[in-house]
Design a protein around this ligand. Sequence first.
Ligand code: CDP
Length: 227
Amino acid sequence: MTKPEGSEGAVPVITIDGPTASGKGTIASRVAQQLGWATLDSGALYRLTALAVLQDGVNAEDVESVARVARELDVSFRGDAVYLRKEDVSLRIRQEDIGNLASRVAVYPQVREALLERQRAFRRSPGLVADGRDMGTVVFPDAPLKIFLVATVEARAERRYKQLKEKGFSVNLTDLLDDMRARDIRDASRASAPLVAAPDAITIDSSGLSIDQTVQAVLDHWSSRRG
Ligand code: CDP
């Protein structure tokens, strides 16, 4: 059972928030692997909402209908695979059209509210590494370690370019940069749960760090927190 927030002995959570393509997902899953903890990819829930909106032909401007889609989302996570209504959509939700729509529907407070408890339910012993935009500020404000992972927009666009290429998608670096800048502005300027570092978060700039170095930096912070 999850203990009430902030209580002594509550299941520990490490939150990793940051802008698009800052490497949150990769770092979160490696850190979780090292600690033997579970992960929450909160962005996947927004992406799944976006995909369901698209599949159902729901008007993305109609806040109430989009929130209903989010509330009724039939999803499951099995290992690295993500299912929507029993269909494996792991690859589909990574495409840029879905990422952009996710960022649009994530602006609605009703959608965020609809996904809140679903996210908190991932908190299970022995611990959770949660990545997103508002993990440390809204979803798990009592997390004992909060990381704010940043990187220059150029470094992030390069990474996303490679990632999408490896998955076999055709991509254009200039378009990616433009999309990324637009997404940064939308994520940071929205009224509900904007992308900001929690006051008690530690900022790590991964522009010049390898994945291993970034993972190690997070683990070092966790060790010193506990020690
Ligand atoms: O991979 P990338 O960082 O671009 O996206 P993601 O983490 O999969 O999230 C997709 C979109 O969902 C983001 O652009 C955010 O607008 C939104 N999101 C959010 O609002 N809050 C979260 N906790 C996670 C994602």
